[in-house]
Design a protein around this ligand. Structure first.
Ligand code: ADP
Ligand code: MG
Length: 795
């Protein structure tokens, strides 16, 4: 691909304090979040509205060098080979365009690229001003070769300049015209071009585009003297940026082959001047990186959405994917579609044969190969041609079937949900989690309930092979109702209540050692927001906002298991209770947005995001923390299972240590961790929808009706993760537990604390229990309902 469209989200700056992180990036996906507000007030119990955009790539990295390495170096290489390279920065004023362009040029200078000459100019209101010659106004004329050139533009040869190219550029930058806007008083109202000529004859163009301003900005100037001029300027800027988008979009479309579209380069001076850098004729050697910049804050959200809409339209890759999704299977093609497919196949190699394809996709699909070859021969093709086209078509049919299959699977999942929603089955999905050994919680739709377990022997020492006919009773003690439309998928107990409720007189719920008053309940699901409830105070104490999509599982880091920052933590304490620590409040969550997040429940801060380069490539369905808290495991729809470091990772440790209460004013800054220390796709061939630690082993379940007990094979000190998937990280399978009716992707199993038993429910409401050591099924607990048991908890 010659043009890459990348989103760069600028880091939080001092003046952003107080606004929350409204943008998260993950590979090609960018999510923007907006809290739902009622009557102008943020609805803390409510949903977060998130919107997903897709470009070629995105980055929230704060490091200019790695941005250069990832997206600019290849452009520079192209220029070194004699081609035309171009790096463009687009975005709202204040989003970091100038910062990035300057950093990219600096990095290029530092990397020792040899430059023979340089030109700098700016385009303001469709007029060109030479930045190396006192802003002299110059004309753009079309030369004999059809290319547009700036006539009389100063081109400083490196030697002639008598100063470093870098200094020439600095001088040029100073001449750029700027005027005050809301966002940034160094705002640029012009497109700045910095063109470097290399010894190979190639050129490298950096363009710092004018800010894509909005109406509010324009309005705020309407009272100033030059209001008219400013408005006119804004119009010109928007027009030229629109033309640029159209040119890049069509360039991308053309680069996919097929019928070549006319690209309207002549519409603006901006696009006329960029023509050589964008024109992807088969002979041209060009490479372009389009860096679209967004601010990270809630405040800049409206413009962020504009910017991303703009960039998404440009990315024909996204459009192509959408087109493909709409596209019918080849067996449903009309004769015309079949003919046009043959015409385009392999760049038109078989175009002459397309005339003879008077048949629908359905007929093609059922036709014998011999008959097809006859047809092709009659049209002047060879047997090999016939074979090739026939195979290609059937590959397509097979591929589209595969797609349909996946869809069906999704539908099946939906069916179950729909049945529940219609009331044929109980509304509450039995998702349970323990509190101490006396309470458990269930949730479903927007209702969560806590039950107390009374009587009965709950001791885990009771032999699993003879489960006592249980005299247990459970009593409903509390019910929480979420906002309408919420659908909680998961609940978990953990963390520490005491320093969240400042209620020293209430000692109910204090455990025997008098240390803790109890645990928090986390609820999450379709609403993307994690609600933290303090069951002792009976109220919502925090809403964790940040995930870009549905949340499938949450889990607290076991208290006292880790040794994060035991000393650093400060906070309001109950008299006499030991100092609570940061790690008493750590919660992990797994989401459809392909990320796992680590939260400090006490401050509401999202500390870390485990996602990106080597992270999950699809929904993360399940997570579990190691009993010792040093790491956690995650499984997802991409069929991989990954292990991530918590306590052993220096970055994690630092971030967690810094996350005590003092951070509350600056809480929405999230560090991203991209590298798991282990990743495997050898455990399962289908969605890995539940992962649990069993000691150091892992018990994972997949929708292929299988639970596997296995051990990761780690390199020395754990594998350096970058190459981990390629190196096919090995696993040692230990046991298999075969299931039935568990092919939906949200069934959770559980292992007992004594690491001896394993329980899982299925679609038919059957719960199976195994002894781990002996993979003989030990009991079936059937409720004879037809409800899917989505989670079990054994203790
Ligand atoms: P623009 O050119 O889009 O108007 P600027 O490049 O002037 O925006 O950036 C606005 C502010 O943000 C500047 O103070 C700049 O230093 C800062 N900034 C932008 N991007 C980054 C970054 N990646 N790292 C640190 N600071 C940044
Ligand atoms: Mg700027």
């Amino acid at each position: 691909m010659q043009t890459t469209v990348v989103c760069r989200c600028r880091p939080f700056l001092d003046h952003d304090a107080g606004s929350f992180q409204a943008v998260t990036t993950n590979g090609p996906n960018i999510y923007v979040h907006k809290e739902v507000s009622k009557a102008g007030l943020v609805d803390t119990t409510g949903k977060v509205n998130s919107k997903k955009f897709q470009l070629h790539a995105s980055t929230a990295c704060e490091n200019d060098e790695s941005l250069y390495e990832m997206y600019v170096e290849a452009v520079v290489e192209k220029s070194k080979e004699g081609g035309a390279g171009c790096v463009l920065a687009y975005g709202q004023t204040g989003a970091g365009k100038t910062h990035t362009i300057e950093a990219m040029m600096d990095t290029m200078f530092q990397s020792g690229v040899e430059i023979v000459a340089v030109s700098c100019f700016e385009v303001r209101s469709d007029k060109v001003h030479d930045l190396l010659n006192d802003s002299e106004e110059l004309k753009v004329l079309t030369g004999a070769d059809g290319n547009d050139n700036v006539v009389g533009l100063k081109k400083l040869e490196a030697e002639e300049a008598g100063e470093a190219v870098k200094d020439v550029v600095t001088r040029a930058k100073a001449l750029r015209s700027t005027a005050s806007t809301n966002a940034n008083d160094q705002s640029s109202r012009s497109h700045a071009f910095y063109i470097f000529f290399l010894p190979s004859g190639g050129s490298l163009t950096f363009v710092d585009l004018a800010g894509s301003e909005n109406k509010a900005d324009a309005k705020s100037h309407s009272e100033s003297e030059n209001a008219d001029e400013r408005l006119k300027e804004m119009k010109e800027i928007n027009k030229s940026l629109g033309d640029l988008k159209e040119c890049i979009r069509l360039t991308l479309v053309n680069s996919k082959g097929g019928k070549q579209q006319h690209i309207p380069f002549r519409r603006s001076v901006l696009t006329r001047l960029l023509r050589t850098s964008l024109d992807v004729s088969p002979t041209s050697a060009v490479k372009t990186t389009f860096l679209c910049h967004v601010g990270p804050t809630r405040r800049s959200l409206p413009m962020t959405i504009n910017t991303l809409n703009y960039a998404e339209q440009m990315c024909s890759a996204t459009n192509a994917a959408k087109e493909a999704a709409k596209f019918k299977g080849p067996e449903k093609w009309s004769p015309k579609m079949v003919a046009s497919w043959v015409e385009k196949l392999d760049g038109g190699k078989y175009a002459t044969l397309s005339e003879s394809m008077h048949m629908s996709g359905k007929i093609f699909q059922t036709m014998w190969l011999n008959d097809f070859i006859k047809r092709v021969s009659a049209a002047g093709g060879t047997e090999a041609d016939g074979n090739y086209i026939y195979d290609k078509f059937h590959d397509l049919v097979a591929e589209s079937k595969k797609g349909n299959g996946a869809k069906k699977k999704g539908k099946k999942v939906d069916d179950v949900t729909i049945e529940i929603a219609e009331g044929k089955k109980p509304a509450q999905k039995p998702v349970s989690e323990l509190i101490g050994s006396r309470y458990f919680a269930v949730c479903g739709q927007n209702v969560a309930s806590i039950y107390r377990v009374d009587g009965g022997a709950l001791s885990s020492s009771s032999s699993p092979s003879s489960p006592s006919p249980s005299p247990l009773t459970s009593t409903l003690v509390q019910t929480y109702t979420g906002s309408k439309g919420e659908d909680w998928y998961c609940c978990s107990f953990g963390g520490l209540v005491s320093s969240l409720v400042h209620n020293a007189n209430d000692t109910s719920g204090t455990t025997e050692d008098g240390r803790r008053k109890g645990q928090l309940l986390a609820l999450a699901g379709a609403g993307r927001c994690i609600s933290i409830i303090d069951p002792y105070a009976g109220k919502l104490v925090a809403s964790l906002i940040g995930h870009g999509d549905e949340i499938y599982e949450t889990t607290f880091v076991p208290i006292g298991a880790t040794n994060f920052s035991r000393r650093e933590m400060t906070g309001s304490l109950l008299e006499g209770s030991p100092t609570p620590c940061v790690d008493d409040f750590l919660l992990l969550s797994a989401s459809k947005d392909e990320s796992i997040r680590l939260w400090n429940v006490q401050t509401g801060a999202c500390l870390l995001m485990f996602a990106g380069d080597m992270g999950h490539r699809e929904s993360v369905l399940s997570i579990d923390v190691h009993p010792l808290g040093h790491s956690f495991v995650s499984g997802g729809m991409d069929t991989t299972i990954k292990l991530w470091r918590l306590e052993d990772d220096a970055v994690v440790r630092d971030v967690v240590a810094a996350s005590d209460k003092s951070m509350i004013t600056d809480i929405r800054r999230t560090t991203q961790i991209q590298l798991p220390y282990f990743s495997t796709n050898h455990a399962h061939t289908d969605y890995a929808d539940c992962v649990r630690f069993l000691g150091d082993c892992i018990v994972s379940k997949s929708t292929a009706n299988l639970i596997l007990l296995w051990k990761p094979v780690l390199g020395e000190g754990g594998r350096a993760a970058r190459a981990c998937e390629k190196n096919s990280d090995a696993i040692i399978p230990l046991r298999e537990f075969v299931l039935s009716n568990c092919d939906v992707w949200f069934v959770r199993h559980s292992v007992s604390d004594d690491m001896k038993s394993l329980a899982v429910g299925n679609k038919q409401g059957m719960v199976k229990v195994w002894s781990v050591e002996d993979p003989e099924e030990v009991s079936r607990l059937s409720q004879n309902t037809q409800t899917t048991v989505t989670a079990t908890n054994i203790f």
